[in-house]
Design a protein around this ligand. Structure first.
Ligand SMILES: Cc1cc2nc3c(=O)[nH]c(=O)nc-3n(C[C@H](O)[C@H](O)[C@H](O)COP(=O)(O)OP(=O)(O)OC[C@H]3O[C@@H](n4cnc5c(N)ncnc54)[C@H](O)[C@@H]3O)c2cc1C
Ligand code: FES
Ligand code: FES
Length: 1354
């Protein structure tokens, strides 16, 4: 530690205002500084690791070399404030507000319906804003690039892109794929739509948008400009409590400091150091910042190559290389092209703007995308120290960290020299990641070959791989052995053999998936072989090389191996029925009204739980969780934690005055823990960082207990279940199996899913001084449950506790049960300390502690006739419930009830059980078992189709309900709408002709295959319990005529408040502008049910309607007496006449009933029907896929708000697509969840949206049970994401057919690239798999200790 002297002043600007920080803490990043110190809460915390973009801000700096002002987006959560000296920061608050002037980006994202919960919106706005500062008329490609680093869990991205496209030059919205043909023109020609009146395809009116006027933007502060013109040469030092930040003003000083503090790292982008210090416990007492040293940002070009300063950001490197590529002949720019390819997909734009070339190279991450290419490209590192300059090659020794080939501790990397390539030299880059963009690669590679002039004889060869070991690995020996060989198949075979030997990939390879990675190692090699062969052939033709006829021909079908999937901007049409032309203009029902909070989301003014200003004497809380999966707690010692600075108290089960949760589901563990992540106690401290540091000091000793069960298979073995089996049966299954042509049996595995709501769990508990009253602000879907739990925990009556929910930053079921636990523990802390308590879970803790969607293992036996008619189906499902019951019994019931989906099968047996395991308890998640269970049913259909040699859609059609009928639980229903959705989807997607095109494509292409699938859906909404079908509302009319509406639903992003005001507006016959919804509170509407199961708007809408009708009835005599008067006059008159202007509305809903003994009932009020068709293309060599097109047809009956409903369908579809394709939970052998952030757990990004994405709502029909015949569409779209899964399976099946692989196969969900690649069996997968050995992919990946260690290095 340096001797503490006075800190320098840190000077920077935020939103045009000067900030002078006299005690800048080097450990503080910009995000908490903005939120806490400056009270600018528009910028959100969602992951803290640079992976989600919720905290995006724009930073402007004067470039010391070009002297120009550079505006770039960054993630505030990784940006140390000390790095901001002389910079200007612009946050979402700085560009516009509702009270002053909206920025066009803010206006357009809101009005295009690009916000739902709104938690990601400020980040999206700032990414787009920064783009427009640099390019006022961006291209669509630039727009996609700008948004790559921003995640949204609600919208499915389409409307966000739609808003951005209104700024683009070529934004002629629907020029489909260069055909020049507009979707709307196609619509007109579409026979199914002909003759229909009022079909609308516009969800917003872009003519009304404010124009973008770049002259109105904030200017770069003149004071900073002056500072930049006369740069401070003095070394600046900022001392924090634990860390000192030193920022020298000259290169000489930097080198001196590096000699003095050889252990001190250089902080450039902090994108490597920052996450390591946050999550992996790295600590550096001194940090050196070379940000002000212009020498590190120099770029120089020579006739042989380019030298790029180590301090240049990756975004700048990309620009330099792009310029070089545009200027140089192709033969000289091979390495630059390869680097550019990876620079496009490496992280998101914000990280590329921050991360430096030097930081990237020196970090030597095993997954580094650039190091393998730089290594094969003969790059030289220019090093500097006080001793002088020297050069070292960026080679395998440097990458392996050999001391003799590395920087010395006192050295810095000054610049990087990348030579030009030359004629007869070829360089390529390869990369495979879970998602195309913004995902760390599984494996990557750089490859270079140099031929003897005019021949195909290898003169030099370099190959380097990333992701396959602890560092980038070079296949140096193999390459040496291949020198002198000719470029042909024989060489390829030998190369594969040698490389597989050299790049041995032990079982400990980071992230596991060893077989897949080994396959990629050779698949990339094969791609390189073909690429070079093709280039060689061009060259030899050009130079009429003798002997060229001996170069192997590439068969036409093989050329498909060469193309990568380009990132394209999605197109599509959203179709719905416009309102009747006679509907009064004032009546908003059925119109695409913008989300009530849309503009507030976009300006950052929408207040989420943690945006509530700090209250007097507030303390922070952090949770101490179990590190063991099943153990006895021997002791808890928190004495050391109590001595940490700022720590006030530690809360344990002993402090709970009332009930500690349920006997088998305790709030705070006592004596025993049942999973890793179970909460044991909580630390309360003055600051959240203090609480987080102190939890590390709580010492818990355990004694491990047996058994420890993680997987469903183990639970079955140990007979470990949470509740009895649920069963439904109809017909005689056994008998039916006797009379059929064929039987297929199979197994289906569906992985779990993390909710990944952007706003993590949070609560603020404020104890009041009187009568034990308590105010709780909490992010929940069920405030009444929080209130009740806190009441029993504290042993005080419910009436003393008020729960407030303004809005929730995404819930998806994950905020139904768990918030009560956090609210109750925080309440115990508040009562014990007498202070308000704020609890904000880190993303890692949120993912560790809370469970998610239940993984499922299903076994099926299906009997059918050769024509595809299914006669008998027996399905047995097991779900992984985790360690406590939670919702697992209900999920099992729903699963069984919904398993038949759209099919009428006479003889059925469905059984389901919830397994008890030592994992965090799984809970409610959008669709509640349906998305997992129905995947089993649809997999059966696919298996039957395969056996009958029929297309799956024929088997689906054959077995679908056709006439009015009864479900397996004997509830009558008519499938008419289901069939309409199906037929319309077939029609709109031109399914049959596209099926033929897919087949034609597959015949012509060996290494790329297309697949297409159409899936029907019958989804029942609601809870299967009568008490849940009720709702209340409270409507007040004030004397000025304004109306305050309160109801029992919570705003989770699904637009319930908007819909409720639409209802109130229609009922009271006054515009929505008269109305307001303040919050959901247990004090205004008591005893509410959770906002879940898709019925929030149905039941609350009826309650609001009821309240409004009561009020209107009271007003009737007054209105009759003076019909010409205004609303305000009537209200004034009513008040004078002592008429109550406040009414409670109540809705006594559906009488749900299910008799499990008899297996019959009426559990659900109604069904939502739909169908989705998706087409994909897979890369058989890498397992990657691209989504070519999706068409969804959904029955929304009479949509209350088509923009909101389409938004729900699209958002749920993309979330479902994530479940089935990318989202994979990974655990250690000890049951520790590894995938605890956006790096390891991949939710879909903007580049995952299908290239063409069409959604249409069926024309209205009647649904007497709901408000204005609308339907609840919150969950159903989720399952339609499976159409992508089945399209992938279809493509894999085509691949296997072509390769004559006869064994049955089932792709597991999620169909990640490793699943797909290994299922596309070929010569490369066979290179190291024993013939006939079936692949095993356990639902929970087992890691060895070595693997775990490697994985943790990620
Ligand atoms: C969300 C996210 C996604 C990412 N995705 C990818 C991806 O897809 N592919 C990929 O390859 N990478 C990815 N990365 C990693 C990223 O490329 C590196 O973190 C980054 O390049 C490091 O640069 P930095 O300037 O931030 O380094 P810092 O964190 O500032 O420093 C890292 C290390 O480099 C040293 N150092 C820096 N400069 C010098 C110098 N001039 N001389 C000597 N030592 C120096 C420091 O001492 C320190 O030890 C991702 C990172 C994040 C946060
Ligand atoms: S919170 Fe900063 S990127 Fe996620
Ligand atoms: S609106 Fe994007 S995360 Fe909710």
């Amino acid at each position: 530690m340096l001797c503490p002297s006075r800190s320098d002043e840190l000077v920077f600007f935020v939103n045009g205002r000067k900030v002078i920080e006299r005690n800048a803490d080097p450990e503080m990043t910009l995000l908490p500084f903005l939120r806490k110190n400056l009270r600018l809460t528009g910028t959100k915390y969602a992951c803290g690791r640079g992976g989600c973009g919720a905290c995006t801000v724009m930073v402007s700096k004067r470039d010391p070399v070009s002297q120009e002002i550079r505006h770039f987006s960054t993630t505030a959560c990784l940006l140390p404030i000390c790095s901001l000296y002389g910079a200007a920061v612009t946050t979402v608050e700085g560009i516009g507000s509702i009270s002053t002037r909206l920025h066009p980006v803010q206006e357009r994202i809101a009005k295009s319906h690009g916000t739902q919960c709104g938690f990601c919106t400020p980040g999206m706005v700032m990414s787009m804003y920064t783009l427009l500062r640099n390019h006022p008329e961006p291209s669509e490609e630039q727009l996609m690039e700008a948004l790559q680093g921003n995640l949204c869990r609600c919208t499915g991205y389409r409307p966000i892109l739609a808003s951005g496209r209104t700024f683009c030059v070529e934004s002629n919205d629907c020029q489909q794929k260069g055909t020049g043909k507009c979707c709307l023109e196609q619509e007109e020609n579409d026979s199914s739509s002909l003759g229909r009146s009022g079909i609308c395809t516009e969800l917003f009116a872009k003519e009304e948008f404010l124009p973008l006027d770049p002259t109105q933007e904030l200017i770069f502060p003149p004071e900073l400009l002056r500072m930049a013109e006369n740069p401070e040469k003095r070394t600046l030092t900022f001392h924090g409590e634990r860390v000192t930040w030193i920022s020298p003003g000259t290169l000489k000083d930097l080198l001196e400091l590096k000699a003095k503090h050889p252990e001190a790292p250089l902080v450039l982008g902090n994108t490597s150091l920052g996450p390591a210090m946050k999550s992996q416990g790295y600590f550096h007492p001194v940090l050196l910042s070379p940000a002000r040293i212009s020498e590190l940002s120099m770029v120089s070009k020579t006739s042989d190559g380019v030298t790029i300063g180590a301090g240049c950001s990756l975004a700048q490197v990309k620009d330099v290389l792009a310029e070089r590529v545009s200027k140089l002949p192709e033969e000289k720019s091979q390495t630059y092209r390869a680097l550019l390819k990876h620079l496009k997909s490496l992280a998101g734009q914000q990280i590329r703007n921050m991360a430096s070339l030097g930081g990237h190279i020196v970090s030597r991450h095993h997954y580094s995308d650039l190091n393998p290419i730089l290594a094969v490209g003969n790059t030289t590192l220019n090093l500097l120290s006080e001793e002088g300059r020297r050069q070292i090659p960026l080679n395998e020794h440097f990458l392996a960290g050999l001391a003799s080939a590395d920087l010395k501790p006192e050295e810095i990397l000054e610049s990087v020299y990348i030579p030009h390539s030359q004629k007869w030299e070829f360089v390529s880059a390869f990369r495979q990641a879970r998602c195309q963009q913004n995902a760390l690669p599984d494996v990557n590679a750089g490859m270079r070959v140099f031929f003897k002039e005019g021949t195909d004889t290898i003169e030099d060869l370099s190959i380097a791989y990333g992701g396959v070991g602890a560092a980038t690995i070079s296949a140096h020996k193999s390459c040496q052995q291949l020198i002198g060989r000719r470029w042909n198949e024989l060489m390829l075979d030998e190369a594969c053999r040698l490389v597989l030997d050299e790049v041995s990939l032990p079982g400990s390879a980071p992230g596991g998936k060893v077989e897949f990675k080994r396959t990629l190692v050779v698949s990339f090699l094969f791609k390189f072989y073909l690429q070079v062969l093709q280039e060689l052939k061009k060259l030899v033709q050009l130079f009429s090389v003798p002997d060229s006829h001996r170069y192997p021909e590439i068969a036409e079908q093989f050329l498909s191996a060469l193309e990568d999937f380009p990132a394209t901007i999605p197109q599509g049409v959203q179709t719905y029925q416009s309102v009747d032309s006679h509907q009064p203009l004032q009546d908003p029902v059925g119109r695409p009204i913008m989300h009530l909070s849309g503009l507030k989301h976009a300006t950052g003014e929408a207040v989420f739980c943690d945006d509530i200003p700090v209250v007097d004497n507030e303390l922070s809380m952090a949770m101490v969780t179990s590190t063991r999966a099943h153990a006895k707690i021997i002791s808890i010692d928190f004495s050391e934690a109590l001595e940490m600075p700022g720590v006030v108290d530690v809360i344990t089960a002993k402090d709970i005055p009332g009930t500690n949760g349920a006997e088998d589901d305790k709030l705070l563990a006592v004596d025993e823990v049942l999973c890793v992540g179970q909460i044991i106690c909580a630390v309360v401290a003055e600051q959240d960082v203090q609480a987080k540091r102190a939890i590390e000091k709580v010492k818990i000793t355990y004694e491990d207990l047996e058994p420890v069960i993680f997987t469903i298979e183990d639970a079955i073995k140990h007979n470990s279940f949470l509740c009895p089996e649920k069963k439904l049966e109809q017909g005689n299954v056994e008998e039916a199996f006797e009379n059929i042509d064929q039987i297929v049996e199979g197994e289906v595995h569906v992985g779990g899913q993390e909710h990944f709501y952007m706003e993590t769990q949070r609560a603020l508990v404020i104890p009041k001084t009187e009568d034990k009253e308590l105010d709780i602000y909490v992010s929940t879907q069920d405030p009444a449950h929080v209130q009740k739990t806190v009441s029993s925990t504290l042993s005080i009556p419910i009436n003393r506790i008020t729960c407030h929910v303004k809005r929730v930053g995404g819930g998806f079921g994950g905020k139904v049960g768990r918030p009560a636990v956090f609210g109750a523990i925080a309440a115990v802390g508040a009562i014990k300390t007498g202070h308000p308590i704020r609890l904000v879970l880190d993303r890692e803790d949120d993912m560790l502690i809370t469970g998610g969607r239940h993984p499922l293992f299903g076994k099926y036996k299906v009997g059918f006739m050769n024509n595809g008619r299914i006669k008998a189906l027996d399905i047995e499902c097991y779900i992984n419930g985790g360690c406590t019951l939670d919702d697992s019994e209900l999920v099992t019931e729903f699963l069984i009830l919904k398993l038949e989906n759209a099919y009428k099968i006479r003889n059925l047996r469905f059984r389901g059980r919830a397994c008890m395991t030592n994992l965090p308890s799984n809970t409610a998640f959008r669709g509640f078992g349906f998305p997992q269970g129905t995947l089993v049913t649809e997999s059966c259909i696919t298996a039957v189709a395969a056996k009958c040699g029929l297309p799956p859609e024929k088997v689906r059609e054959k077995n679908m309900y056709k006439t009015i009928d009864k479900t397996i639980y004997k509830q009558a229903f008519s499938p008419e709408t289901l069939l309409r959705c199906w037929n319309e989807c077939l029609d709109k997607s031109s399914f049959h002709s596209r099926r033929m095109q897919v087949e034609e494509f597959n015949e012509k292409n060996h290494w790329k295959k297309k697949g297409i699938a159409i899936i029907p859906m019958k989804f029942s909404v609601g809870f299967a319990a009568t008490s849940y079908h009720q709702a209340a509302a409270l409507v007040h009319i004030y004397t000025d005529g304004s109306v305050l509406v309160t109801h029992g639903g919570n705003e989770l992003g699904q637009g319930i408040h908007t819909k409720m005001l639409q209802v109130a507006s229609r009922e009271l016959k006054i515009p929505m502008s008269y109305m307001h919804i303040c919050e959901t509170s247990t004090a205004t509407v008591p005893n509410t049910i959770a906002t879940a199961a898709s019925i929030g708007s149905d039941v609350n809408g009826r309650a609001v309607q009821n309240a409004c009708q009561i009020l209107l009835k009271r007003l009737e005599p007054i209105i009759k007496k003076n019909p010409e008067a205004t609303w305000e006059d009537w209200i004034e008159a009513a008040f004078e006449k002592r008429i109550s202007l406040s009414a409670t509305g109540y809705f006594r809903g559906y009488k749900a009933f299910m008799d499990w003994e008899k297996g019959e009932g009426d559990p659900f009020p109604y069904y939502v029907y739909g169908a989705a068709c998706s087409e994909v293309e897979i890369d058989c060599l890498t397992g990657a896929h691209k989504k070519i097109r999706t068409d969804i047809v959904m029955d929304a009956c009479c949509s209350l708000n088509p923009a909101i409903d389409i938004g729900q369908i699209e958002g749920a579809f993309i979330q479902g697509m994530g479940l089935y394709t990318t989202e994979e939970l990974q655990y250690s052998p000890e049951g520790v969840l590894y995938s605890r952030g956006p790096d390891e757990y991949k939710i879909p990004t903007i580049t995952d949206v299908p290239e063409e994405f069409n959604v249409s709502l069926l024309p209205p029909s009647q649904n007497p049970l709901t408000i204005y015949s609308s339907k609840g569409l919150g969950e159903s779209g989720m399952f339609l994401g499976s159409s992508v899964f089945f399209a992938i399976a279809d493509a894999v099946a085509a691949t296997r057919r072509e390769r004559d692989v006869v064994e049955d196969f089932t792709v597991r969900s999620p169909a990640t690239p490793d699943q797909v690649r290994m299922a596309c069996a070929d010569r490369f997968t066979k290179m190291f798999r024993a013939p006939g050995k079936e692949l095993q992919f356990p639902a929970l990946k087992k890691f060895t200790v070595q693997q775990k260690n490697n994985y943790c290095k990620l």
